[in-house]
Ligand binder design. Structure first.
Ligand SMILES: C[S@@+](CC[C@H](N)C(=O)[O-])C[C@H]1O[C@@H](n2cnc3c(N)ncnc32)[C@H](O)[C@@H]1O
Length: 216
């Protein structure tokens, strides 16, 4: 596969940790929704792909059910975020997710929030996540950026590559191949809805996609 990871240097080279945190650590209803999705299953092992500076990780390891018998693993391609996460006590692997060092279905829940839309080569990465997922694989996209296919230039980096429509088409194609993944979409409209609002501004209209693979 011809995959150029250079554009993923954006966070390492152009974003300060405090700036990143001001974007990603905001309280946002759709993230609470995902925490609720995790908590109701009480998964033993959770994988957080592209975990940033650990906003979700800190929430997950603080859930009342979570004990030292449970496992949280974050992954990051941005070195300084890996160091930051380790310093705050989170397990964090410095890796892309084309090939993960885990056996099939190792993780009960895998989350991958606002990461897929940055990938040029996404198909094999999605398949790898499906491989290590036991029960639930959760993605998020933000419709204001990725509803339509487009590429955004940001400080010399091509930033968003994958549109939601293209991604959904890929998932459905996989389902047509007989894998029978169950795909559930949850839209968060702007203005806010119910107990998961409010949200707005920078992160508007998140689309959450939950895949619960049917296993034999
Ligand atoms: C928009 S941020 C989202 C961070 C976090 N998931 C959240 O929702 O707050 C995207 C993150 O994914 C990481 N990332 C992007 N591509 C990656 C890849 N192929 N492997 C691992 N991490 C990646 C970036 O370093 C960045 O921290």
């Amino acid at each position: 596969m011809k995959d150029n990871l250079q554009h993923l240097r954006y966070w390492e080279e152009s974003v300060e940790i405090e700036t990143f945190k001001s974007w990603c650590h905001k309280e946002q209803g759709w993230k609470d929704f995902i925490i609720d999705e995790i908590e109701k299953d009480e998964p033993r092992r959770v994988l957080d792909i592209g975990c940033g500076t650990g906003h979700m990780g800190l929430k997950i390891v603080s859930l009342p059910y979570f004990s030292d018998k449970h496992e949280y693993v974050g992954t990051e391609i941005t070195d300084k975020f890996v160091k930051y996460n380790k310093n705050q006590g989170l397990t964090c692997l410095n890796t892309d997710f084309l090939k993960l060092p885990y056996k099939d279905r190792h993780f009960d829940v895998v989350i991958c929030l606002d990461v897929m839309n940055h990938q040029i080569e996404y198909e094999d990465r999605v398949l790898e996540l499906l491989r290590v997922t036991n029960k639930k694989l959760i993605f998020s996209f933000h419709l204001n950026w990725v509803q339509y296919p487009y590429i955004e230039q940001r400080r010399g980096h091509i930033h968003h590559h994958l549109s939601l429509n293209k991604f959904l088409t890929f998932l459905k194609t996989r389902a047509n191949l007989g894998l029978e993944e169950e795909i559930r979409g949850v839209s968060f409209p702007n203005p806010p809805i119910s107990k998961y609002g409010p949200h707005g501004g920078w992160h508007t209209r998140p689309q959450v996609i939950i895949i619960e693979p049917k296993r034999d």
